[in-house]
Write a protein that binds this ligand. Structure first.
Ligand code: S3P
Length: 460
């Protein structure tokens, strides 16, 4: 990578940086949140596989995405940072990547690891993947299984965990695959490998997961069809292999999973009224908005338009007292990363909020069910824990707080508890804020610009 100020290698030995949040006055202002993480990863990967130049604006410059940039660069794509969020990629064409001469360190990034495993599975060389302690504990069998069916060979640590080696093939077999877990990462890994296959790759999903890969593949010129299958809302996705992808322009919308934090803060802190511009509103990502509206919020949506094949809009959020609800389990794929911050909102809502059918949360950057249960209980909230979820007993007012929560290398746990601290009687601290940089590099600065009382000086 050229011209990359501020980019440092992913570190395996983070120094802990505690941080705290204190009850704040009304939050106000109009902000933009950083670019969508899912779309940013895909822009770098598909830009690197396209022929010609790709220009990306609004790229998330968080640690996770920089891991993808470094990996694509190490395999021969030319990736240049031109200005804040503006990156130029010169792709090598499908099958044109070259063997990396060192292990690919994916840091904390599950999406980078799983999608890139799909990319390299369709190339005739061997590559080695590693990551931080959180990523090395995450399940990869779900990706290894279909990639091996397509002809790649994978040698991993026990339980399919990183570090692992992918011995790819230049001519993977087209696969017809029913996803055993509703995972956009697994679907995308199969499609990435399917790009090199001489034929049609098909993926069946019972519950549709985020479709950024399908949308972006089309944006680059691939032939991708999505048809509904069966009466239960399932879909069948087909990709014609070996397409000619042509360089394109991509305007990355703000990440709704990052917007979720200021949204939650504004709902919780009395008197707040904030707006967030240019937020990605892909219908397979907006489950949190639907859930919050079910709880009594009235989130304003305006300026609806399209950016590079993705819907975007401006959101307006005002303080509202929320009611606990039962979150429909079938909504989980559309809000899978938002349960931690929803659990925090549920703690301040009136009555129980039931969040079940989310066992997947146990294999995210941390066991998010366990982390939320522990942190909320310590903050004075009554919570029931189940294998597949949790029930938070909201008291109709914020809990006491006055705790330091363990974040387990998980950015969303870290940010969720800082948001809680903006409304509790006593401050809420987190043991380590460093993981926040994986997805939301200027989180504290942005929250402070709205009036949030957050910082290291709040401790003690
Ligand atoms: C992602 C898919 C989701 C999500 C992750 C990003 C993606 O994971 O939790 O943060 O970009 O495809 P799963 O596909 O494992 O559910």
């Amino acid at each position: 990578m050229k011209n990359e100020p501020g980019i440092t290698p992913a570190s395996d030995t983070p120094s802990f940086r505690p941080l705290a949040a204190r009850r704040s006055g009304p939050l106000a202002g109009t902000i933009r949140v950083p670019g969508d993480k899912s779309i940013s990863h895909r822009a770098l990967m598909l830009g690197g596989l396209a022929v010609g130049e790709t220009h990306v604006t609004g790229l998330l410059e968080g640690e996770d995405v920089l891991a993808t940039a470094r990996a694509m660069d190490a395999m021969g794509a030319s990736i240049v940072r031109e200005a804040d969020g503006a990156w130029r990629i010169n792709g090598v064409g499908i099958g044109g990547l070259t063997e990396p001469d060192a292990p690919l360190d994916m840091g904390n990034a599950g999406t980078a690891a799983r999608l890139l495993m799909g990319v390299v599975a369709g190339h005739p060389f061997t590559s080695f993947f590693t990551g931080d302690a959180s990523l090395r504990g995450r399940p990869m069998k779900r990706v290894i299984a279909p990639l091996e069916m397509m002809g790649a060979r994978v040698v991993s640590r026990s339980e399919g965990r990183l570090p692992l080696a992918v011995c790819g093939t230049g001519t993977p077999m087209p696969l017809d695959y029913a996803l055993p877990v509703p995972s956009a990462q697994v679907k995308s890994a199969v499609l990435m490998c399917g790009l090199s296959a001489p034929g049609t790759t098909t993926v069946h999903e019972d519950r549709p997961s985020r479709d950024h890969t399908e949308r972006m593949l089309r944006h680059f010129g691939a032939d991708v069809a999505v048809e509904s299958a069966g009466s239960g809302g399932g879909v069948r996705i087909t990709l014609e292999g070996q397409p000619e992808l042509s360089g394109a322009s991509i305007d990355v919308p703000g990440d709704i999973s990052s917007a979720a934090f200021p949204i939650a803060a504004a709902l919780m802190v009395p008197g707040s009224d904030i707006s967030i511009d240019h937020v990605g509103m892909n219908p397979l990502r907006t489950g949190l908005i639907a859930t919050l509206n079910d709880m009594g919020a009235n989130i304003g949506i305006s300026d609806e338009r399209e950016a590079s094949g993705e819907p975007v809009a401006k959101l307006n959020v005002r303080h509202t007292s929320l009611q606990g609800i039962e979150v429909p389990p079938e909504r989980a794929p559309a809000m899978i990363d938002e349960y931690p911050v929803l659990a925090v909102l549920a703690a301040c809502a009136e009555g129980p909020t039931v969040m079940r059918g989310i066992a997947e949360l146990r294999v995210k950057e941390s066991d998010r069910i366990a982390a939320m249960v522990a942190g909320l209980r310590a903050a004075g909230v009554e919570v029931q824990e189940f294998d597949d979820g949790l029930v938070v007993e909201g008291q109709g007012r914020p809990p006491v707080g006055g705790v330091t929560v363990t974040t387990h290398l998980d950015h969303r746990i870290a940010m969720s508890f800082l948001i809680l601290g903006l409304a509790t009687d006593e401050p809420v601290a987190i043991d380590d804020s460093t993981p926040i940089a994986t997805s939301f590099p200027r989180f504290v600065e942005l929250m402070r610009s709205l009036g949030a009382d957050m910082g290291p000086e709040q401790l003690g």
